[in-house]
Design a protein around this ligand. Structure first.
Ligand SMILES: Cc1cc2nc3c(=O)[nH]c(=O)nc-3n(C[C@H](O)[C@H](O)[C@H](O)COP(=O)(O)OP(=O)(O)OC[C@H]3O[C@@H](n4cnc5c(N)ncnc54)[C@H](O)[C@@H]3O)c2cc1C
Length: 392
């Protein structure tokens, strides 16, 4: 008979591996399964690399609590594992001073030290090329390469006795005698408990476990450009917009990455495959499921204009440039090089709402992470801690 693990986790992204690490630290015998050849192949290795402060999220939501706690755990982890990162803060800009004041009040509510509105001369001290007149300084924000973090978490988990198996695409899940039987394209695995951290496929894996969530994961590609070396002096750290709470991932930002490049992006374009990193990646089965979902029609109706303009910006570099020029001057088309894109796993409800908060749904001896968009990389170790406490 197969070895029986205490917990099997589908997905070796940063959320699955953080959860595995926290459970293994509790003395559980944990197995992580992924269809790819290495950790963090999808969202965890293709993102903006920002360590979020937690200021953007509704106080007491999962996002708010787990981002703030996760940031602390992440900083401890990066220090203990000697992972390069920088916490040099960001400026959040908007022409509407009321929005800046609202965000500043949120920071006060969350007891975030050092957050403060900036006068024009203070903006120029931090970001001499920024065109905005009003901004909020958020010192807690930073940057890291989450692919590196994910690999280190995997390594630590394995050092503690945990098992990760790659090239195992889970195709079915059965429940027998209080055990979960996971079958991949190659093997069968048995565990007492199942955790689904399958990111873009978390809805598909939930269905395998007979969970019928009132949501669907819709893939939204985020494309980036990198400013060439000559223009990299134009941004010192990060210049961010204030996002619309209904469309939280809209609005490109400028970020100096941990290796010193200036990235502009991401936009948000409907992807034609769950892992559709380019316009040419089309999966007819996945696309037909996306467009036949009633929540997608309702979403499309509400945000038709926004969707079209995001697609137009994706296809037209000039429009992307125009947006960059709202923040800083002196950038030309020739200064922009495309960077690898990422695809966000965004849960959309059957009412056509983008579900903002993280979603966890329990089944029989199982827990499904059904919505873990940004800032889930920042929050990952706290998500793991939360799940480990919950199922203990
Ligand atoms: C463009 C973009 C920018 C972002 N920027 C930031 C940021 O700056 N800061 C931040 O905190 N967060 C950011 N995020 C969010 C963050 O990257 C994600 O929330 C986080 O990586 C989610 O991790 P995950 O482990 O849930 O998913 P993933 O990393 O996608 O991992 C899921 C894993 O499940 C595996 N899998 C799926 N189906 C199966 C199956 N059937 N069998 C076996 N394995 C399976 C996949 O291969 C994959 O490895 C960003 C995301 C994107 C896309």
């Amino acid at each position: 008979m197969n070895k029986i693990y205490d917990v099997a986790i589908v997905g070796a992204g940063i959320v699955g591996l953080s959860t595995a690490l926290k459970l293994q630290e509790q003395g559980k015998n944990v197995l992580v399964l992924d269809k790819e050849k290495s950790p963090g192949t999808h969202q965890s290795g293709r993102n903006s690399g920002v360590i979020h402060s937690g200021i953007y999220y509704k106080p007491q939501s999962f996002k708010s609590n787990l981002c703030i706690r996760g940031r602390e755990l992440l900083i401890d982890f990066m220090n203990s594992e000697s992972i390069p990162f920088r916490i040099e803060g960001k400026i959040v800009v908007d022409h509407d001073i009321e929005k800046i004041t609202h965000l500043n009040n949120r920071a006060k509510e969350l007891n975030m030290d050092g957050v403060r509105p900036l006068e024009r001369n203070e903006i120029l001290d931090l970001e001499p090329n920024c065109k905005f007149e009003s901004a909020l300084y958020v010192p807690q924000a930073g940057v890291v390469d989450y692919k590196v973090v994910t690999e280190k978490i995997a390594k630590k988990f394995e050092t503690l006795g945990g098992t990760v198996k790659y090239f195992q695409k889970i195709k079915s899940i059965d429940s027998k005698n209080d055990l979960k039987i996971l079958t991949s394209d190659k093997e069968t695995f048995t565990s007492e408990y199942l955790i689904n951290c399958a990111g873009l496929f978390s809805d598909t894996v939930a269905l395998m476990d007979n969970i019928k969530p009132n949501l669907r994961i819709i893939p939204f590609r985020g494309e980036y450009f990198v400013l060439n070396q000559e223009k990299s002096h134009l941004v010192n750290n990060m210049i961010y917009p204030i996002s619309d709470p209904n469309l939280p991932f809209l609005g490109i930002h400028l970020t100096k990455t941990v290796d010193g490049q200036i990235e502009a992006g991401p936009n948000a374009v409907l992807a034609f495959a769950k892992e559709g990193y380019k316009w040419s990646n089309i999966n007819v089965f996945e696309l037909s499921k996306t467009i036949s979902y009633k929540g997608m029609w309702k979403l499309g109706k509400k945000y038709f204009g926004t969707g079209i303009s995001e697609m137009y910006r994706s296809l037209n570099k000039r429009v992307f440039l125009k947006e960059i020029l709202n923040y800083i001057p002196n950038v030309e088309l020739k200064d922009l090089e495309p960077r690898v894109a990422g695809v966000r796993a965004q849960a959309v409800s059957s009412n056509g709402d983008l579900i903002d908060d993280f979603v966890f749904e329990e089944g029989d001896n199982s827990l499904h992470v059904l919505n873990a968009p940004s800032p889930a990389a920042t929050a990952s170790l706290a998500i793991g801690e939360y799940i480990a406490e919950k199922i203990n």
